[in-house]
Structures are given as C-alpha cells and as structure tokens.
Design a protein. Sequence first.
Lengths: 277, 305
Amino acid sequence: MNTGRLEQTALVLANVRLSTAAVLLELRLPETAAAARPGQFLMLANRRTYLRRPLAICAVDHDRRSVSVAMEAKGAGIRDLMNLVHGDEITVLGPLGRGWRYTDYQAVIAVGGGTGVYALPTLLEAARAARIATACVLGFRERSRLVLEDRFRAAADTLLLASEKGGLDVAGTVLDGLRALDPALLGRHAPGQVLVACCGPAPMMRAVAAWAAERGFACQVSLEERMACGFGVCRTCACRVRAGAGDGWTYERVCCEGPVFDAADIIWEEDGDGCES
Amino acid sequence: MGANPDLTTTVAGLALPNPIIPASGCAGYGREFAKHFELRRLGGLAAKALSLEPRRGNPPPRVAEAAAGMLNAVGLQNPGWDLWAHDELPWMLEQDVILIQNIVGHTVADYVELARRLEGTAVDAIEINLSCPNVADGMSFGAEPDGVEAVTAAVRAVTRKPLWVKLTPQTASIVATAAAAARAGADAVSLINTIPAMVIDVERRRPVLRNNTGGLSGPAIRPVALRMVNEVYRAVAIPIVGIGGIETVEDVVAFLLAGASAVQIGTAALVHPTRPVDLVTDLAVWCRSHGVARVTDLIGALELW
Ligand SMILES: Cc1cc2nc3c(=O)[nH]c(=O)nc-3n(C[C@H](O)[C@H](O)[C@H](O)COP(=O)(O)OP(=O)(O)OC[C@H]3O[C@@H](n4cnc5c(N)ncnc54)[C@H](O)[C@@H]3O)c2cc1C
Ligand SMILES: Cc1cc2nc3c(=O)[nH]c(=O)nc-3n(C[C@H](O)[C@H](O)[C@H](O)COP(=O)(O)O)c2cc1C
Ligand code: FES
C-alpha cells in the first residue's frame, strides 16, 4: 500500500492570536485535511530547530482545504512557528497517530488543560456530528488564557470553564469542574456508554482518569512525549503501556499506538520521568 | 545528457542496486517507510538492532535536540529473536530489498547465537553493532581492537553471510578497530555510530535524557564521520559503509569520494521520511550532470592535498 508522500509543503493562510499567550496557524494542506481524524497530530518543521515539533490538529476546514494548529510559546521551535505569517511556507508530516475512539459511545466528556485543549475541538465537533451527547470541561491558568470559547460552546451541549485564579465558571481545577457537572447529565447514560476524553498535563490526566474510573466511565488520554520522527521509526516517544498478564508492560510509541491511549492501559511515570508538561 | 548512470555498487561481493541504505534504528523494520515508497528502490535496508531476548529500552525522555542533530537514548528496544522471526522477518523478506540485519548482544556468545540463527535465514548480510553507547556494556566491544576482534572472529566462525562490523567513533584509533575487524574476517566495516553526548536542562539542573547521556547523530557528526571513513579507507583494505549526518546528494558523494562503497541515512530520514529514496534519484541526476557514468568511479576518488 502506497499512501503517498508523508511530507507536505504547507502555505500559511493565517496567524491568529487566540489569547495573550496563544496563536493559531491555519495551513493550506489539502491531503491532510481530507485524511485527518480527531486526535491526530502534525510534525511541523521550523527555521530554528533540527527536529520537527508535534502539534495537535485543532481544526480542519474542508472548504478552505486547511488544517489549523494552535500553540503557546515554549522554546525556540514553537516561538518560531508563532512568528510565521500569511504566505510563508513550512513542511509538515501528517496526519499522524491514532486519535480518539469515540464512535461507540453515547456521550463524550472532553476534559482539557493548558495546551491540551487544542486536541479537543475536532473531537467535540465530530461527536456532535455523530449525534453523540457532548460535555466539556476546560482548565486555564487564568482568564486571559481562555481560548476558542465560541468553538467549544458551539460543539458542547455543556461547557464549564475552570481557573484556579477565578474569573470563569468554576474557581478551581478541571476536577472541580467535573464535580460541578450536572449529575442528571452524567446519569442519563449507562456509565459504560460515557467516554471521558482528556488531554493536558500528566498529573491532570492521571486525576481525571481516576475520576472516570470511579464512575465506571471509559477514559482515553492523549499523551505527550518528546519525539524525533513522529511516524514510528525511531522509538524515542516511549510510554509505558500494560501488556500481557499480571504486571507486564512494554514501551509503546506515543506517535503510532497513541497519542490517544485507553487510560486504563497507561502506567504513569513517576515524578521527573517522561515529558515535563 | 548521456545514458542513465550506473548506480549499482558492491560491498564485498554483495551487489546493491544503489549505494543508499536507511541506517539501523532509523527505519524500524521497514514497515513505516513501505507505506510511502517501495523498499526495493533502496540500495538495502539496515534493520533495527536485534537481540536474542526482547529489550524494553530506556525510560523517556529518549531524545534531546542538539545543534544540527539530536541525541537518542532508545536503548536498543526491540522485540527479540522470537517475535522478530515470527512477525518481522517474513514481511521484510517479501519486500524484495537487500536486507542487512543489525545485531546486538551482551556477550560474545549472544552475537554468535544470533549469527548462527541468522545463517539459517534469507537475510542478505549481518551487521554487528559493537558501538551503541546506550546500553551499559555496549561500549566494551567496540572501544578496543581486542573486543572488536573477539566478537568478529567468533561470529565469522559461524556464518558465511556477508559480515559488516559497525564501529563506534568512541575509540582511540578507528583505524585500529577497523583493522581488527578486517583481521578477524569482517567483509566490511560500517562507520560511524553515534557519539556519546549530553544535553543539560539548566532550569531543572538535570540532563534532558532520562539516561543522562545519549548518542549524537545528524549533520553535527558528518565531518567526524568523513574523516574516519577516509582514514580507514587509506589504511584498511576491506570495503566501508559510510554513515553520519548524510542529508543531501553532495553528502552522499562526499562519503563515496572519502572511500565508502555505500552509505547509510539515519537522522535525516527521521525528519524527511522519503529522503533515502529521494537521494537515489538525486544521485542519478548528480552523476549525469557531472559526467559520472558509474557511481563506483567515485569511490575513494578524493585527492588529498
Ligand atoms: C502529540 C502531541 C501533540 C501536541 N500538541 C500541542 C498543541 O496542540 N499545542 C501546543 O502548544 N503544544 C503541543 N504539544 C507540545 C509541543 O510539541 C511542545 O511544547 C513543543 O515541542 C516544544 O518545542 P519548543 O522547541 O518550543 O520547546 P523546547 O522545550 O525548546 O523543545 C526541546 C525539545 O523537547 C521537545 N518537547 C518539549 N516539550 C514537549 C512536550 N510537552 N511534548 C512533546 N515534546 C516536547 C521538543 O519537541 C524538542 O524536541 C504537543 C506534543 C505532542 C507530543
Ligand atoms: C533513534 C536512533 C536509533 C538508532 N539505533 C541503532 C541501532 O539499533 N543499531 C545501530 O547499529 N545503530 C543505531 N543508531 C545509529 C545510526 O544507525 C547511525 O549510525 C547514526 O545515527 C549516525 O548516522 P546519522 O547521523 O545519519 O543518523 C541509531 C540512531 C538513532 C538516531
Ligand atoms: S517519534 Fe519516532 S517512533 Fe515515535
């Protein structure tokens, strides 16, 4: 099977500021737009670093044949991407990875924090299109970091915004947000029919996975790990996944077997291991 | 424009359709690349390291960015012989690509057992990895001529397949380790493997890699590799497979001129997945535009001052 070129040249169509910290880049990528599934990601080259940078696919526009990614300044690679302007060209690999498995559920609760929120809009929109009930709980460091509110509101039946600094719906973490969700809403479906889809800092995902498990909800998490290739050949993007009987586990590839994993299969790294975010 | 240039080359009697081979550890067992191009268009495939038992590899982070390259500390993760023989080998053989299987062991006996088993397969050549700096005892075999000679001779005794010995740059004299491989019956030497290195996160006062150190690869190591290939070419009689930071057709030609009979592409293929197969096309174009009829005419054609 030949699936064509993995490496595509993308024309930057727009650079849009989403918040005091975040930028969304719209890229002309016809083949990627046609193939992308919710939860997949791209590897983007930039002018400053040797390796590409992984970013979640945040939006797909079939009419404009474009894919958008969104980001907040971290190091040299992301800073350079944030400086791209309309008319610039970069090369990207993608769509990559295994995304959200949502079609078998009656309800999806999307939970995001930090830059993890960018992996969620396409999931909510696809779930909505498939007539799946949707709820969404997002955590932001502060009100000024709030992004994509209109899109989330349009795609989620219920949206709760949390910030530990207050100023949004819930003063606290996404866990406080989840606890504030209407119990009637959560009770409408058999627990096994509810998918909690979470992307954010590892401690948050771990806590959300525990919350979901207590209620018998299915839970998927989208992991981040440092990547060299993004398409499966280098094995640098390792995460511990249960395998075989008993306490057995192996290192799987976040870029191929993930980035979206069933939370129950993940063996979370102890503090200081894995990706810093 | 003349006729199509002849890109075929041989490495100690093993005929390759062209000199471009994805490097071990940067191509898996070929499956990911095969989704995007036919592996048979390559000169060969140097498959990911294989050990007798499965290896889990190192905890993450396993990669760190470096100027013009990267460090990796994958730790030779691989499924081990049984799963490899069952799941990977039959598929690789179907791809009709010259298959060079890279092997790694903790002891001389491990290498011998792997080579003995490979002797009974249709693998085209065996590449002994004596150099990966990631696993604590990987260093020992390749660092000294004695270690190289011991492993090479022991493996030579159990296989008639073409035997490529992959050398580490982490040695007092690459000529001495290459000569040791030749003495012990290697058919070719592959050089270089990665260079042991460290990247530090000053905010956390920690190395970026969980393994603390990792192997530097990419363009950063290319001049080191070229120097070593040429030194070995001038001093040791067996063929050389050149490796290290190759990105462009000019890099390929530089390694051939320095004395390599074929080259391997590692890190560049991680960033540009079709680069190995693109380089085959580029090499034909380069030869034609430079009036080179046979790619083998370039091997060792470097003129020193
Ligand atoms: C599947 C996936 C999806 C992602 N989606 C988004 C997104 O939608 N928006 C967003 O802002 N960020 C996202 N990230 C994180 C983003 O890739 C990193 O913040 C980015 O690579 C940092 O690069 P840098 O050069 O700016 O920072 P540096 O810290 O200078 O990067 C140094 C090295 O570490 C790697 N690295 C550092 N932090 C991370 C991290 N958290 N995850 C993976 N690699 C890291 C870099 O790729 C690079 O190799 C995602 C990561 C993954 C794995
Ligand atoms: C992620 C990664 C994994 C590697 N794994 C192996 C391996 O399994 N066996 C081996 O002999 N060399 C391995 N290498 C070394 C490469 O084959 C090659 O010798 C080295 O990277 C230099 O070439 P380059 O600069 O083109 O990458 C690995 C390199 C990288 C970057
Ligand atoms: S990043 Fe290379 S295998 Fe996942």
